[in-house]
Ligand binder design. Structure first.
Ligand code: GLN
Ligand code: ZN
Length: 776
């Protein structure tokens, strides 16, 4: 018995973030194209060799990308909109980056959660959006009616040959044609996926044929749309695509790969395709195994995704080995491969780089390199000499047992408190119409009250002070004094221009999740756990390893300080439980809903502490609420139910007089409107300026009863909106909503902006509010 180990994709960024630095240096004009390409080639070579050394039998190629693999395929197939001025042939690196980042002055918002692209002059970048339910963002291909495809330069082939020259035979990874089309968009009304697919397939087949000629025997074709709800047309497209490709290039074996969820009702279509292999994500969808075993042809290779490619926990190798053994017993080892559940792109590279992590927590973790090691151990355990894996299996057993028993993980007080949550705790004392009267009496705000979303510009000076403090070049007292000074200046300035509900500016915060995570028990932080978010932007998500609790108040001192500097209402600012969860690696030994409730309880205490400290407006940001939506519609209700409950739990401990705000910087609410209403926040601020208030219809159509701050200007761009423009937007809003409901604020926090544009923009915003009041 031997079972083949396979990897589906390895992180591209380099252990020391080499790719980021090479890209940014190239973009800044500090290095040449050759320098950049040399770094890229060396990263690929390192990755291939590493996987070989770890004993992985099937090693992927073309999993590398300079920016994004969806963009790579678009460029490979000549899907380049006209405005980029491409005239056929190989797409130049500059055009590639123009598609990715916009021409000339493309700027991306930094860590605001909105990931939006804006561009002042030159060509805009392609739209960017989240890759399924990950925090990776891909560039959205833009198709036109009658879209033509042509093989510009065969990147999969180039990288296959590059590995071959190093003596490594790889299995190229390519995004599948149906996913490629489904993930793209078209401005044209008449755009038809089926027709476009017919135009695409011959070129796709040509690409595959070239790979086969070069010596590839297998390719991994990723069709993650098989984890989504598909309609009959999609099913037809999948069938057509794979019947066509297998007929055109019959000797090249295709491993059809789906990940991030269950095949569900797409399984029958997928498993009856004439492909040579099918990958199952058995971490997200363990139930797919039995379903597939029942109906798979005997010679269909099943790739079992048994190692979690989405999370950082060590696997329970013994139980996985047992499970795979039963599959082998049933089908024979020849038709079984073991693999991570999906590409390892979504986990940090190497745990060895973590020098400061608590040893007990470290023991429970596995990053990409460690996951390859786990795979190799499984390979041995399922091989000819299983006893040689025994010591490693024993270490896995011990680590699993230690984690279960760990006092760091288990906090009985937190568990008891979660178990005792009552319905009443998730409800404010009185309904909104009662509360708002009390709040108005207390806050005495004008119509169209003005506020901001929380952060003010994180200038070079602020970031420098933080970094000097963390290096020890600035003492705690000096740093504190600096922050107080910035905060006070910002408060004075808001008073001066006439903002109604002030904020303190969030200068003391590095990141809206990290800042809280660092103060909570149950959270850990890595030094080098970088994961690609988009392009050269990487994030280091916090790790929720244990029961979450709040050893002491987190923001009260700052709120008190800020509150003492003004007579106006000062808004307390918190990151909500769903966002705290969504932007972290979450422990896999508890349901996410339960972890979320733990965080909610910790925040609830913070909210009531703020109230006790005299803060009567408290904003609980939930920019990640929507992105937590499950891939399948049938799972939405359950998610929204626990997410909304967690938010309410965090917010509902206050008196009626205390006003709870929330903020979400996106614009699609139509399909989740009942959940948004169920949050029962007194005020919600949302992103609306780019859609010109269109999306407010979702609120007005459904008679949304509470107050709303529709963002009146786009903070992703340095452009300064003038008064008329904002008046216009507010007038539009006033037609859709009752003017009494409307707040006036920007789309999101201002931390990525400079003061030069923030000052005039907010002055104009306040003036716009005044004009509306005058017109009432
Ligand atoms: N309060 C945060 C800020 O203003 C909100 C950020 C966000 O919505 N992503 O920066
Ligand atoms: Zn926002």
């Amino acid at each position: 018995m031997t079972v083949i180990t396979a990897n589906l994709g390895f992180p591209r960024i380099g252990k020391q973030r080499e790719l980021k630095f090479a890209l940014e240096s190239y973009w800044a004009g500090k290095s040449t194209q050759d320098d950049l390409l040399a770094t890229a080639a060396s990263l690929r070579a390192q990755n291939w060799k590493l996987q070989q050394e770890k004993g992985i039998k099937i090693i992927p190629s073309n999993d590398f990308s300079l920016y994004d693999h969806v963009l790579d395929l678009a460029v490979t197939l000549g899907v380049v909109p006209e405005i980029y001025g491409w005239n056929g042939g190989k797409v130049s690196l500059d055009t590639y980056f123009a598609l990715a980042r916009g021409g000339k002055t493309g700027t991306h918002a930094i860590n605001c959660g909105c990931n939006s692209t804006s561009n002042e002059n030159g060509v805009p970048a392609l739209e960017m959006t989240k890759w399924f339910d990950t925090n990776y963002h891909y560039m959205v291909p833009e198709f036109s009616t009658g879209q033509k495809f042509t093989l510009t330069d065969n990147k999969p082939l180039n990288e296959f040959n590059e590995a071959k020259a190093l003596g490594i035979h790889t299995r190229p990874v390519i995004l599948g044609p149906v996913s490629f089309l489904r993930l793209g968009k078209s401005k044209d009304a008449g755009f038809d996926i089926g027709k476009t697919l017919n135009a695409l397939l011959p070129v796709y087949a040509q690409l595959l044929a070239q790979l086969h000629t070069a010596g590839a025997d297998w390719v991994q074709i990723d069709e993650p749309v098989l984890s989504l709800d598909l309609d009959t047309k999609d099913h037809e497209a999948v069938r057509n695509a794979y019947e066509y490709l297998t007929a055109k290039v019959p000797e090249l074996k295709i491993l059809l790969t789906n990940y991030f969820g269950t095949y569900g009702d797409n399984l029958l279509t997928a498993i009856t395709l004439p492909v040579a292999g099918l990958h199952l994500d058995l971490v997200r969808a363990p139930q797919d195994l039995d379903a597939a075993l029942k109906i798979a042809r005997p010679d269909l290779v099943l790739s079992l995704g048994v190692i979690d490619g989405r999370n950082i926990w060590r696997a329970d190798l013994r139980s996985i080995a047992e499970r795979v053994k039963t599959v082998i017993a049933q089908r024979g080892a020849k038709t079984v491969q073991i693999a991570p559940s999906c590409s390892l792109l979504h986990v940090p590279i190497d745990l060895e780089l973590e020098k400061k992590l608590d040893t007990e927590i470290r023991q429970s973790l596995a990053f990409a390199v460690q996951k390859l090691e786990e795979l190799a151990i499984l390979g041995t355990a399922l091989g000819a000499n299983p006893q040689t894996a025994e010591a490693a299996l024993k270490r896995s057993d011990d680590a699993i047992a230690a984690r279960k028993a760990s006092a760091k993980v288990n906090n009985p007080a937190v568990q008891a408190r979660v178990a005792a949550i009552t319905d009443a705790q998730t409800r404010r004392q009185s309904p909104f119409d009662v509360r708002i009267k009390l709040q108005n009496a207390h806050l005495k705000l004008p119509l169209y009250p003005t506020t901001t979303i929380g952060s003010f510009p994180q200038t070079g000076e602020v970031r420098q002070a933080r970094s000097r403090f963390s290096k020890g070049d600035l003492s705690a007292t000096e740093y504190q004094a600096f922050l107080e000074q910035e905060t006070e200046k910002t408060i004075r300035w808001q008073e001066e221009i006439g903002i109604d509900v002030l904020v303190h500016g969030e200068f003391e915060r590095n990141d809206m999740v990290q800042y809280f995570g660092e103060q909570l028990d149950g959270y850990a932080f890595t030094q080098s756990g970088w994961v690609q978010s988009y392009g050269s932007r990487y994030v280091r998500p916090p790790v929720i390893y244990g029961d979450v609790s709040r050893p002491k108040a987190m923001t009260v001192e700052w709120a008190k300080f800020a509150g003492s500097k003004t007579k106006k209402p000062m808004k307390g600012m918190l990151t909500g439980p769903v966002t705290m969860l969504q932007w972290s690696f979450v422990r896999d030994d508890l349901p996410r809903s339960e972890v979320c409730r733990q965080i909610a309880l910790a925040l609830r205490d913070e909210v009531t502490d703020l109230e006790a400290a005299g803060i009567s407006v408290i904003q609980i940001d939930e920019p990640a609420l929507r992105e937590g939506l499950p891939l399948r519609k049938s799972d939405w209700a359950n998610y929204l139910d626990w997410a909304v409950t967690a938010f309410r739990l965090s917010a509902a401990g206050v008196r009626d007089e205390t006003q709870i705000h929330t903020h979400m910087c996106y614009s699609e609410f139509n399909d989740i409107m009942p959940a948004i209403a169920a949050l029962d926040a007194d005020v919600i601020s949302i992103e609306t300026s780019r859609s010109k208030m269109e999306l407010l219809s979702a609120f007005s159509d459904q008679g949304y009863p509470n107050e709303i701050g529709p963002g009146v200007y786009d903070i992703h761009s340095p452009r300064i909106p003038d008064v008329e423009e904002m008046v216009d937007l507010l007038e539009k809003a006033s037609q859709k909503l009752n003017p009494r409901q409307i707040w006036v604020n920007p789309d999101c926090g201002l931390k990525t902006r400079g003061w030069a544009e923030t000052r005039p923009a907010l002055i104009n915003m306040v003036e716009a509010a005044r004009r509306l009041r005058a017109a009432v």
